[in-house]
Design a protein around this ligand. Structure first.
Ligand code: BGC
Length: 444
């Protein structure tokens, strides 16, 4: 049975600056927190860093040809803030900006629509020295950078994303410390989340003054499903949902915060001043949703501070990052967002899976049946959500290339294109060829 997508459905692939570019200090760029973090012993698996990554900073042109050969209609990538503003604010660095100039022109020349994320986790280190996202001034720093980026690229770029995944920034960077800058504080985390949403709101306002097209926000959403009917597990799932999903959805769409946050953060929680909701709830043109998995949730009083734990489903497939494969939960999530948050225009800005692939391709081939199946099943899930009325406009697979999976290093491969890191040879995997076919037919 052929399942067609709506006419004009946008097909793309996504990446992020620090994960693929390499040459992090080239052409006058400043250090980012990820550069620092990856050069701190013990922070990243294998001692991996983004110093070379996919060498995309130098191989961008052949990478654009690769995108064109796969038939991509759109490409989502992020700008490195510290290439444009080496100290984070103040001095603009034209030599760093020139990289994105060339990249955007190259995309347009190939008929590929650029989707630009302003912030995918690589805060200029100079701003971390001033307190990073804990400092309330961070919202203004971000707005200044955003304005510089709009002046450079708006018009050629017609679709902007302010932040990628504020939850991961706050949870990984400031609550549990497994991501840069590596803090561990239940006092900082809610402040960071709030400052991020204020930064987002100011950047949207700046865009209304300077830009002429569309701007949105990307959230990673994970349905939290209680593992049993026990009241404690049901409450745990509700807490997990409030913490991971509603902490961001509610201020953006409903100008409120879930009540559970006060219980989760205890004395660390501070209800934002009512006036801030006008800012965090600034109207966006689309919501980007990143979906990878669901969380099968139990109550766990020992798990600081949310008191939840994700348990294994013995009958499910798991990816190499330990995530349960559940396409039906993706459909349910998309329908829920449509029903509870006013059916906003949605792009799936990331979805994908890490499964083992050998480091070197043999005879120009990489067969990746598990990733291909994941892709097929999750595209089916998106199709089903559209059939139930969700306003979904496009899909970006994560990721175009195997790349630096943050603290997990290069060992986890999410690409539909294989990267041999020793030679930098790219090989489209079977999943890429499958995806090319879906794009060509606009159908499954
Ligand atoms: C991030 C990506 C990351 C992917 C897989 C998302 O949370 O935006 O940068 O590589 O998930 O973990």
């Amino acid at each position: 049975m052929t399942r067609s997508f709506p006419a004009g459905f946008l097909w793309g692939a996504a990446t992020a600056a620090y994960q693929i570019e390499g040459s992090p200090l080239a052409d006058g760029a400043g250090e980012s927190i990820w550069h620092r973090f990856s050069h701190t012993p013990g922070r990243i698996a294998n001692g991996d860093t983004g110093d070379i990554a996919c060498d995309h900073y130098r191989r961008w042109e052949s990478d654009l040809d690769l995108m064109a050969s796969l038939g991509l209609k759109a490409y989502r990538f992020s700008l490195s803030w510290s290439r444009l503003y080496p100290e984070g604010t103040g001095r603009f660095n034209p030599a760093g900006a020139a990289f994105y100039d060339r990249l955007v022109d190259g995309l347009l020349a190939r008929g590929i629509e650029p989707y630009v994320t302003l912030y995918h986790w690589d805060l200029p280190a100079a701003l971390d020295d001033r307190g990073g996202w804990v400092n309330p001034d961070s919202a203004e720093w971000f707005a200044e950078y955003a304005r510089g980026a709009y002046r450079l690229l708006d018009g050629r770029v017609r679709n902007w994303v302010t932040l990628n995944e504020p939850w991961v920034i706050a949870d990984g960077g400031y609550l549990h410390g497994v991501l840069a800058p590596g803090h561990r504080s239940a006092w900082e985390a809610p402040r960071v989340s709030h400052n991020l949403l204020r930064a987002h709101g100011l950047a949207v306002r700046a865009y209304r003054a300077e830009g002429a097209h569309r701007i949105g926000l990307v959230l990673n959403l994970e349905p939290k499903v209680a593992a049993s009917d026990a009241p404690a597990d049901l409450a745990a799932a509700a807490r997990g949902d409030a913490y991971m999903n509603r902490q961001y959805l509610d201020p953006v769409f409903k100008q409120s915060h879930p009540e559970e946050l006060a219980d989760i953060f205890g004395p660390g929680w501070r209800q934002p001043p009512a006036a801030d909701y006008a800012l965090t709830g600034e109207k966006i043109d689309f919501l980007g949703i990143n979906y990878y998995s669901r969380g099968l949730t139990v109550n766990d009083p020992s798990a600081w501070p949310v008191r939840i734990r994700t348990i294994k489903n013995p009958s499910a497939t798991y990816t190499e990052t330990g995530w349960e494969v559940v396409p039906a939960a993706f459909t349910a999530l998309l329908v829920r967002v449509a029903q509870e948050y006013g059916n906003p225009p949605v792009y799936i800005t990331e979805n994908g899976s890490a499964f083992y692939d050998p480091p070197v391709a043999r005879a120009g081939r990489i067969d990746d049946p598990l990733r291909t199946q994941y892709l097929q099943d999750h595209l089916g899930a998106v199709h089903a959500a559209i059939a139930q009325g969700a306003d979904i406009r496009g899909y970006f697979v994560w990721s175009l290339l195997d790349n630096l999976e943050w603290s997990l290093g290069y060992g986890k491969r999410f690409g539909i294109v294989h990267v041999d890191y020793a030679s930098q040879v790219r090989t489209p995997k079977a999943s890429a060829l499958y995806y090319r076919d879906v794009i060509r037919r606009n159908a499954l």
